[in-house]
Design a protein around this ligand. Structure first.
Ligand code: SF4
Ligand code: SF4
Length: 488
């Protein structure tokens, strides 16, 4: 090792590798730091490297395996998750949700919309970086690409080379695997709307409906195109969420940030000649690894940018460089602007945005749970005959007529029995039992008669009851008005 006095020491820090060697290009390579070219436009071929955010991305991406598995799960002999649009029923693990319960779906959407807003307010585009289906599919597609075509420099060269048999031999298997994943994605999506096993069977007998065929082909083509070809341009040019995120973050939001004070002025070390003054450089050695690993081609050292999906991969990259040059990690780290301005971050429960988002989320969650807990497998609607409102019978009693609708939300055929409660002398005529198929509506006519002398008002409340003959605990009631003529 040459004389230490000849070597540049950065900002007076001691104990670093700089005490022992100059971090010029050659020495950086010796300690395993690559100096990479800056991305200058064109297709982004991001470098892959291990790290905690890389691992976290794989873990969160693996949640999407559920998309491919859930259509095959069974519950009570039926598909556990089935959105049966034809019969206007959603089956969710034994629970049948009919159009009249759709308000619960609105609560689910409200909950997740607010969860998205709250998580963005706290830690930026967590959805984009770790969970978004586009990011995940692109990640898998580029991983496959790397397996077939090699490291980014090789891929760039291959892309710019002329079409040849050799090039086709490398590209075609990759395209075939992409097409298979794209097909499985669109097939799995459609399998939530029809029986999954039946959809497979009808594929081999070529009996798909035109709607199924169109949706599967269009969705597969879109998956192939957006995840394989367009990649990061989808986030930058098409995604509406990327555009509204600015309204969701503030100075207290933690996002991957480059520590300018610590890193600048950036530069690689070089031997100083006798009499020369050593440059006063920061910790960034300008290796460009943070840019090379970025799936959207962003240089985080220029500050928070529209293209940054906050995936943290540049943090992994820079930490690996800091380890090699024996500097503290965190030159790029999850941090807030407030932290860089020297302010202390208030705890989450004291941040107005977080409080408001959490309050609305809690409301939606409570309403959702209440809806689920109080949802009965049977529902009853009664439509009063309008013309005439009542009929005076020859025995002096008054008769009203209703159309009764019984909704069976269970997965079993239901035998429903109607009864009516009201003033003394009330009699009624209705079908003895109504057979209602699972997830369906059964209708009948109800005639109610009450002696005129027992009617003191023009609107007398009566209660219509329905219960399942086989399970009397399953019941529903409907309170309505029995209408009679004015007394003179
Ligand atoms: S700048 Fe960093 S956090 Fe942002 S997208 Fe690129 S690698 Fe991910
Ligand atoms: S911020 Fe880190 S990874 Fe990026 S160029 Fe500087 S030293 Fe390299």
């Amino acid at each position: 090792m040459s004389d230490k006095k000849d070597l540049y020491r950065d900002n007076g820090q001691t104990g670093s590798v700089l005490d022992e060697m100059a971090l010029d290009n050659k020495n950086l390579q010796n300690i395993g730091v690559e100096i990479l070219p800056v991305h200058t436009g064109g297709k982004v071929h991001a470098k892959r490297m291990p790290g905690k955010f890389r691992s976290f991305k794989w873990i969160t991406a693996s949640f999407w395996i559920a998309l491919f598995v859930f259509p095959y799960l069974r519950w009570d002999g039926h598909q556990a998750l089935l959105f049966d649009l034809g019969n206007r029923q959603f089956h969710i693990f034994g629970l049948t949700i009919l159009p009249q319960d759709i308000w619960m779906l609105a609560m689910v959407l409200l909950f997740f919309a607010l969860l998205l807003a709250a998580s963005t307010a706290v830690a930026g585009r967590l959805w984009c970086g770790y969970f978004c289906f586009h990011t995940v599919w692109t990640d898998v597609f580029t991983w496959i690409e790397e397996k077939f075509e090699g490291q980014p420099n090789k891929r760039t060269k291959l892309d710019s080379s002329k079409m040849s048999l050799e090039k086709l031999k490398i590209k075609l298997p990759k395209f075939a695997l992409w097409a298979f994943i794209a097909f499985m994605t669109s097939f799995s999506f459609v399998a939530y709307f029809t029986d999954a096993f039946d959809l497979w069977a009808r594929l081999f007998s070529l009996e798909w409906s035109s709607t199924e065929t169109t949706v599967i082909l269009v969705l597969a083509a879109a998956t192939f195109f957006f995840a394989g070809i367009l990649r990061e341009q989808t986030c930058i040019g098409f995604c509406p969420y990327a555009r509204i995120q600015g309204a969701m973050i503030d100075t207290q939001t933690v996002v991957p940030t480059y520590d300018v004070d610590r890193g600048e002025p950036r530069g690689r070390m070089k031997r100083v000649k006798p009499g020369e003054e050593a440059p006063d450089l920061g910790d960034c050695i300008d290796c460009n690894l943070c840019v090379a690993v970025c799936p959207t081609g962003v240089d985080i050292r220029h500050g928070q940018q529209f293209g940054c999906i906050t995936c943290g991969l540049c943090i992994d990259a820079c930490d690996s460089v800091m380890d090699k040059i024996k500097k503290p990690r965190g030159l790029i780290r999850y941090a807030s602007l407030a932290e860089f301005a020297g302010q202390k971050l208030p705890p989450l429960f004291k941040r107005p945005r977080v409080i408001v988002y959490t309050a609305i989320m809690s409301f939606a969650a409570i309403v959702m749970v209440y809806g689920l807990l109080t949802m009965s497998p049977i529902d009853l609607k009664a439509l009063h005959e309008r013309s005439p409102l009542f009929v005076q019978m020859s025995d002096g009693s008054i008769q009203n007529k209703w159309t009764i609708k019984v909704v069976n939300k269970s997965n079993e055929v239901m035998l429903a029995k109607i009864s009516v409660e009201g003033p003394e002398g009330l009699t009624f005529i209705a079908d003895k039992e109504i057979t209602v198929p699972p997830g369906n509506v059964g209708a009948t006519t109800l005639l109610v008669k009450i002696p005129k002398k027992n009617l003191v008002e023009t609107n007398t409340p009566i209660t219509i009851l329905v219960n399942d003959v086989n399970n009397p605990t399953i019941k529903a009631t409907y309170t309505t008005s029995f209408i009679s003529p004015k007394k003179r």
